[in-house]
Write a protein of this length. Structure first.
Ligand code: TYM
Length: 332
């Protein structure tokens, strides 16, 4: 690989990606490919921390892989692979886990949220999830990690783990920096704009899926919860409108001032329709490209097989050095 900074990011293959995943993370991944060495991963091992049907998981992993390609991740430019195909992630995760404190993991808000949502299955994978995430990143010594704001705490933990390892065994890991977009780092639910838009929301109207058709997208935006005023402006307390303005700004490139003047004197109905249309038009090429790529199973297989080979080759060198540093006996 060329001598450029290294980017790593991952996404869970649960269902179709949401507009939150897209604006907060994926849409930024494509443009980074020209400036950096990029490694992107469908994290199926993370997904099984909550119960998954095997048939569905396999299907959604394949779809997620194809969908990343449809969103502009080019396996010729980036290393694009499926996490469970590359054994170094699990291997490094064990070593890092032995350098992570119980107390640190107990403070993770996502663990607390998820264990509240799944009280019947608070498994240890859910608890050590951030260690595997740190391993994903550190197995490549990534410099930058493009994510939405909800992953910031996990990333800080990854930095702490790396730092602790470096202190204990000598400088080795790069401390990864978060790369969080200025606008759209936290896209909110359309039904409760104080909550993050999330794949696991029970209300389908709260979430735009990036493969939703135009009519569905517009219908969901028309039903979006706003406020009882009639002014389209970005202001504290106007969570619903702020969220719609953020989304509109992300897909059109217009800033908030331009949006305010575009809709001055207009009603929420007009604005919601405009946001719905802009989002649907923006996502149209993704839908078309997904329909094409997802048919070509042989091509997808070739891409993910080659991606895994490259990822293994890269991370193996790093993980072998880690094994040596902690005192494991050389195999060869
Ligand atoms: P995941 O699969 O939940 O989400 C993938 C990416 O989408 C971002 N995101 C959002 N951004 C803005 N608004 C939202 N409503 C929204 N919802 C999700 C997330 O911040 C994320 O960037 N643990 C990670 C996956 C992971 C990972 C990694 C990421 C595993 N290993 C290593 C980076 C590096 C996760 O569950 O993301």
């Amino acid at each position: 690989m060329e001598n450029k900074k290294l980017i790593f990011s991952g996404i869970q293959p649960t269902g179709t990606f949401t507009l939150g995943n897209y604006i907060g993370a994926i849409r930024n991944w494509g443009p980074l490919q020209d400036e950096y060495n990029c490694i992107y991963c469908v994290v199926d091992m993370h997904a099984i921390t909550v119960k998954q049907g095997p048939v569905k998981l396999r299907q959604s992993t394949m779809n997620s892989y194809a969908l990343l390609m449809a969103c502009g991740i080019d396996p010729e430019k980036s290393i694009l692979f499926i996490q469970s195909h590359v054994k170094t992630h699990a291997e490094l995760s064990w070593v890092l886990g032995c350098n992570t404190q119980f107390g640190e993991l107990s403070r993770m808000t996502q663990f607390k949220d998820k264990s509240q949502r799944h009280p019947d299955d608070i498994n240890s994978g859910l608890f050590t999830y951030p260690v595997l995430m740190a391993a994903d990143i550190l197995a490549y010594n990534a410099d930058l990690v493009p994510v939405g704001v909800d992953q910031k705490q996990h990333l800080e933990l990854a930095r702490n783990i790396a730092q602790r390892f470096n202190q204990r065994y000598g400088d080795f890991f790069t401390l990864p920096e978060p790369y969080i977009p200025k606008v759209g780092a936290k896209v909110m639910s359309l039904q409760d704009p104080t909550k993050k838009m999330s794949k696991s929301d029970d209300n389908p109207n709260a979430v735009i899926l990036i493969l939703d058709d135009k009519d569905t997208i517009i219908r969901k935006f028309k039903r979006a919860v706003t406020d009882s005023e009639a002014e389209i402006c970005y202001r504290e307390g106007k969570d619903g409108i702020n969220n719609l303005m953020t989304i509109y700004s992300s897909v059109t490139g217009k800033d908030f001032a331009a949006i305010e003047s575009e809709f001055a004197g207009k009603g929420y109905g007009d604005f919601k329709l405009a946001v719905g249309e802009a989002v649907a038009d923006h996502l149209e090429p993704v839908r078309t490209e997904f329909a094409r790529i997802s048919q070509d199973k042989a091509f997808l297989k070739k891409c993910y097989t080659e991606g895994a080979e490259k990822a293994l080759r890269y991370s193996q060198r790093i993980v072998s050095k880690v094994y040596r540093k902690v005192g494991f006996v050389d195999k060869t």
